[in-house]
Design a protein around this ligand. Sequence first.
Ligand code: SF4
Length: 73
Amino acid sequence: MPWVTWRTIKRQVCERIDEEVALEFKLVYPAELLPDQPPRIIGRRCSKAMECNQLDKPTCHWAGTLPGYDPFR
Ligand code: SF4
């Protein structure tokens, strides 16, 4: 049976809120019958996205509100 989990891939200060955030991927690991398959990324999020989305401007693709903008690129 596939296994789904969230993993932190990076911690970094985001200048928008001037705080450290954790950037996370939602990963699906394959069933035991397919052990050599790498996990698939099916989602992403920022640990401060809920607070950040309450500000008056669209945020970034880590919050899902502005898909074309990544503040860490
Ligand atoms: S949601 Fe985006 S802009 Fe807001 S704190 Fe997280 S990384 Fe920064």
